[in-house]
Structures are given as C-alpha cells and as structure tokens.
Design a protein around this ligand. Structure first.
Ligand SMILES: NC(=O)c1ccc[n+]([C@@H]2O[C@H](COP(=O)([O-])OP(=O)(O)OC[C@H]3O[C@@H](n4cnc5c(N)ncnc54)[C@H](OP(=O)(O)O)[C@@H]3O)[C@@H](O)[C@H]2O)c1
Length: 246
C-alpha cells in the first residue's frame, strides 16, 4: 500500500449511502480510494475489506470534514499511504428538515458546518495539493431547483456549494483539474429515508418520470463519468442526476 499510486481518490462520507457506492465504483475503476467517515468505523472498515477482497485498494480514514485540521490530516494520511491525491469527491453531508420558522440554531449551524464549511475545508486542501490532471466532484441536490418546503437551510448550503464549484474551476486554471458538482434527486439512503413515512417516500419516488428512487449506484455512475476519461471536457458544471424530477 505504500507504493506510489497515480489514481488516488478521497471520498468523503464513504462509510454509507452514496459515498460507499462511489468508493466501490472508483476502486473497481482502478483508483486507490480513501474511505473517509465521521463516526461509522465498522462500516468503513468492512467496506475497505470488501474492496480489497475484490482486488482493489482502500484505506479507511476518520475525519470530521467540518474540522479544518482533521481535513488537513485526512490529506496527509492519503499522501503518506499512496504518494499523492488526484481525485476529491465531496460527498459527506447531512440533512435536517424544518421550516424556516421552526428550524433552531443547531439545525442551521450543523448543516452550514458540515455541508458548506466541510466542503470549503476539503476544497482548500485539494486546491493546494491535487496533482495535475485531477478531478473534484462536489455534492449539491436537485432541491436547489425544486425548492421544496422545509429544505431551506439544506438547499441554501448546497446552492453555495454550486457557486463554489464554478469559482474553483476558474481558480485552478492551467492545472488540468476539473471541478464539477453532482446534484442527485431523491436517492434511497438513510439521509433520504430517515423520518419519512412510507407514503411520503412513495410520493417523492413518483416525482421522477422514471417512477422510482435513485440508487447509490446510479449516482456513483454519474461520478465515475465525471472522474473518468470521458468526463474530462466537463468543467465548472452542475450535473443533476435525478431521473428527470427537474
Ligand atoms: N440521498 C438523497 O436523496 C440525496 C439527494 C441529494 C443530495 N444528496 C447528497 O448526497 C451526499 C450523500 O448523501 P447520502 O444520502 O449518501 O447520506 P447518508 O446515507 O446519510 O451518508 C452520509 C455519509 O456522510 C458521512 N458524514 C456525515 N457527517 C460527516 C462529517 N462531519 N464528516 C465526515 N463524514 C460525514 C457519514 O459518515 P458516518 O457514517 O461516519 O456518519 C456517511 O458516510 C450528501 O452530500 C447529500 O446531501 C443526497
């Protein structure tokens, strides 16, 4: 694992959900993957073992993305293990639903800290450290377009991430690094399903003309396109992967 590897990807929030599917897909596509997580060590370790058993290379690394020093250590650990960083997938995120009237300070501060500041923390390190030819994929949401009630703070953090995407693409001029965002629609993970009735899940699944929820694999495929050779001319864009909800 200490030999230099020239396709090294950090996937934040990769212990579960969409991030775990991205880590598996990028490993299958030949990347050494760093499986970042905040709390779910057993899940991250199990995923790393599964990837290694399939012939891939994976390293679980704990780091709360809202902590800039922890994020610097995440990049240090990646460079130590694999010799550099080529790809950053900014997938870690949280969702807390409430109307603007009812949302408390914790709901506001935690989503800003993880979804927005967390993304800023990793983008800062990636801007300084990504090797030439690298790729950055941020995570937004189709709710930025749908503007559903109770998603206000969450959608606002993700709208900010979309803005950062276009600006960083320009700041990295001359380094052959693309910066894009993927904006999923309703996708079957804990983040989406927790706290929703079966009826509401069914209604949201039917929003798409495909009449189903997205799967983590659907989103991993979109990320793999942006990171792979065929995605190299897409830069500074937001790609909504949502089966057509908007
Ligand atoms: N699911 C959807 O319908 C949907 C739709 C649009 C956009 N998205 C976006 O897609 C991304 C992934 O969502 P998901 O549905 O896969 O969520 P999820 O199933 O809840 O998984 C979230 C992942 O993020 C990690 N995480 C949470 N806080 C973190 C922190 N402070 N530092 C590092 N990692 C942290 C979690 O790690 P632990 O296990 O250690 O807690 C977990 O691995 C998010 O950015 C989300 O906003 C999702």
């Amino acid at each position: 694992m200490s030999a230099p590897h020239h396709n090294v990807a950090i996937v934040t929030g990769a212990s579960r959900g969409i991030g775990a599917a991205i880590a598996e897909r990028l490993a299958a596509d030949g990347h050494a993957v760093v499986i970042n997580y905040a709390a779910s060590a057993p899940a991250a370790e199990a995923l790393a073992a599964k990837i290694e058993q399939a012939g891939g290379t994976a390293l679980p690394v704990k780091a709360d993305v809202s902590d800039p020093e922890a994020v610097a250590r995440l990049f240090d650990a990646t460079e130590t293990a694999f010799g550099g960083v080529d790809v950053l997938i900014n997938n870690a995120g949280i969702l807390k639903l409430a109307s603007l009237a009812d949302g408390d300070d914790e709901l506001v501060d935690s989503q800003i800290a993880i979804n927005l500041k967390g993304t800023l923390n990793t983008l800062r390190q990636a801007s300084r450290r990504l090797r030439e030819g690298g790729r950055i994929v941020n995570f937004s949401t189709s709710v930025v377009g749908l503007k559903l009630e109770n998603y206000g703070v969450y959608a606002a953090t993700k709208a900010a991430v979309e803005t950062l995407t276009g600006i960083l693409a320009k700041e990295l001029r001359g380094r052959d690094i693309t910066v894009n965002a993927v904006a999923p629609g309703p996708t079957a993970t804990d983040l989406f399903l927790d706290g929703k009735s079966e009826e509401l899940v069914e209604r949201l699944a039917k929003l798409s003309p495909m009449e189903r929820l997205g799967t983590p694999r659907d989103i991993a495929g979109t990320v793999a396109f942006l990171v792979g050779a065929d995605g190299g001319w897409v830069n500074g864009q937001v790609l909504r992967a949502n089966g057509g909800v908007i």
